[in-house]
Design a protein around this ligand. Structure first.
Ligand SMILES: Cc1ncc(COP(=O)(O)O)c(C=O)c1O
Length: 387
């Protein structure tokens, strides 16, 4: 494979998947390796570096190297899903270790932390990662080993000050891991702000076409903790299939175009509905009255992401009824879970998250795709008019 040019910008690296050309065939698209097993050398070594595909597969290489470049890290691992990636980081801790996690974060991961991770012996404490004084109070120097932040966070879109939280974490001897699924490396590079690990549900924006389940972890340093994460992938077998890894490198070629378009439409939609009579609130970090707008401006470049939420007006019962009625009336937006695909999605999150969720019953989460923004606004207008 020929190598990338060091002066290329991230958008160029993504569009050309590092600009590699297959030396054997001249192919501009990397080959797909479906082999599960590889030939040993006569002296019993594996000098080509591949032995068995639960450990590694050459089809991972393009997406992993590209993400390492885009995040400014030292190495990346692909996983079978976003949750396989996130839980591999957390399983690299040891029983008894203390972990601080955001109060607003992807619901299933929080459930896993409070359930299996706690049963396994981790001491999990939930904290508001946007409140630096609260984070500092909750840290137990020597005992806290990991801080888990998601930014912007699902589905209230709070923004964590990565540099400030990383400083607090490091002073206490802990690492900071950031779920950057909704920011993507197009808008934010957590490692450059001091995070130690960045994780993505690549199911979302990185792949971008709602047809692959995948996860990634990129590390700032190839240290002993990274080796543990790598061993967990091999030993617990949370590996992605080669075809999914290949699809992921294809999806990432249009990452910059998709994320820029979704971000610019999301901002327009947020501004358009900001003072809508049927809404109590529009939650989007790109709006100047969002509580974390100043941090988002500092930390995110080129946009504030394609995710926003609308909070229907009325008390808990009335706002929930209105939210469900609005989701029932949209025609262009698709009523479905997930996010980050080319098609726009709308979802009543409280129904998914259940009791104990911080999400208000009148909230609808919107994942803005790349359709005409005028069409998206018109469809939401007619749906709200019918509530
Ligand atoms: C922010 C975030 N992190 C992690 C995940 C989990 O990813 P996956 O569904 O790929 O396991 C999701 C999935 O919705 C998510 O939205």
């Amino acid at each position: 494979m020929t190598r990338k040019n060091d002066t290329w910008s991230p958008a160029t690296l993504a569009a050309q998947a590092l600009g590699r050309v297959d030396e054997t065939t001249g192919a501009l698209i990397p080959p797909l390796h479906t082999a599960t097993t590889y030939l040993r050398d006569p002296d019993n070594e594996y000098r080509k570096g591949w032995s068995y595909s639960r450990e590694n597969n050459p089809s991972y290489e393009t997406a992993e190297t590209l993400l390492t470049e885009l995040e400014g890290g030292a190495a990346t691992l692909l996983f079978a899903s976003g949750l396989a990636a996130a839980t591999a980081i957390i399983m690299a801790l040891r029983p008894g270790d203390h972990i601080l996690a955001s109060n607003v974060m992807y619901w299933s991961l929080r459930k896993w932390l409070k359930g299996p991770a706690t049963d396994w012996g981790l001491v999990v404490e939930i904290v508001d990662m946007t409140d630096l004084a609260a984070v500092e109070r909750a840290l137990k120097p020597g005992k806290t080993k990991l801080l888990w932040a998601e930014t912007p966070s699902n589905p209230l879109w709070r923004v964590t000050d990565i540099a400030a939280v990383a400083k607090l974490a490091h002073a206490a001897g802990a690492k900071l891991a950031v779920d950057s699924t909704c920011a993507t490396p197009v808008l934010s590079q957590p490692l450059k702000h001091g995070a130690d690990l960045v994780m993505h549900s690549a199911t979302k924006y990185l792949n971008g076409h709602s047809d692959v389940i995948a996860g990634t972890v990129t590390t700032a340093a190839k240290d002993e903790f990274w080796e543990r994460i790598n061993a967990i992938r091999t030993q617990s077998g949370g590996v992605i299939g080669p075809f999914e890894a290949w699809l992921l490198q294809r999806g990432m070629r249009t990452l910059f175009l998709r994320v820029r378009e979704a971000s610019s439409s999301a901002l327009r939609i947020a501004q358009h509905f900001q003072r809508h009579p049927k809404l109590a609130e529009v939650l989007y970090p790109g709006l100047p009255d969002h509580p974390d707008h100043a941090i988002a401006r500092r930390q995110m470049t080129g946009g504030f992401g394609g995710m926003l939420s609308i909070h229907l007006a009325g008390d808990e019962v009335a706002s929930q009824q209105a939210a469900i009625a609005c989701a029932a009336k949209v025609q262009l937006w698709k009523r479905a879970t997930s996010l980050g695909g080319v098609e726009s999605l709308i979802e009543h999150r409280a129904s998914i998250e259940g009791p104990g969720s911080p999400v208000p019953p009148g909230l609808l989460r919107l994942s803005v795709g790349i359709e005409s923004c005028d069409d998206l606004i018109a469809d939401l207008e007619q749906a709200l008019a019918g509530t």
